[in-house]
Design a protein around this ligand. Sequence first.
Ligand code: 6PG
Length: 265
Amino acid sequence: MIPQGQRVIVLQNEDEMADFMIKKWVEVSQAAIEREGFFSAALSGGKTPVPLYQKLALFKKGLDWEKTHIFLVDERFVPFHHPDSNYHMLKDTFLDQVPIPRQNIHPVPAGEATAEIAARKYEEDLRTFFKSSPGKIPDVDLILLGMGEDGHTASLFPGRLPFNEPGQLVAAVMLDEMRHNRITLTLPVINQAKTIIFLVTGKNKAEVLGKVIYKKDSTLPASLVAPKMGNLIFLSDLEASSQLSYHKEGSQGDACRNCCRPRRL
Ligand code: 6PG
């Protein structure tokens, strides 16, 4: 059975997922701007969200970019111009194409001497923006997450969960020489968000998505994403959802919300 408090939405493909995400972005951003006067979103890197970012780039109008603030869920410790930089990818795919004020974009200062210094600087930026005093966790309106086949999300990797001080917002993650060190939002920040959406596609992610949704393996960092008050949505394509046990035929959104309920396991 799909645990309480989380929704699983299965769509045909990444294009339909991007369309769904645009509607969700409009809905969540308008609600946040009405409520607080601004909308904050923390975005992930990787390949899966690219179709969404490309569609957002078409929204020159219709979205209130003046009141939108973009943060990064995580970053590779590389210079901004580096091809593996998440900020570089976001700039290329949409930030340079929409009328968002430069001061509304909050990249991880990956040009610092060490990933640890970059993490501390990024934490300061978050605390300044959200006016959150030490120990207080800010609540981001929307956090977009991906998921690796190993169950990592953000830059929270199995067996390498950064030990973070209570109330720590950002952590540096040292990886082996083959991979870039990382700077990542910590779990307390992720779980404080109002809306968290996992975007997961491809049959290579089917097994891990099943384990994460059915909470079968708590060593998988993605399984530790459990918003305190917020909404948690798993948005996937048919391939990635192939190991979720529910009736697929006729699924036009929520896992057969209309025609049948998830079968009890
Ligand atoms: C990153 C991401 C990372 C990503 C997953 C999934 O910086 O790489 O934030 O957590 O979301 O690795 O990546 P794909 O979408 O490319 O499969």
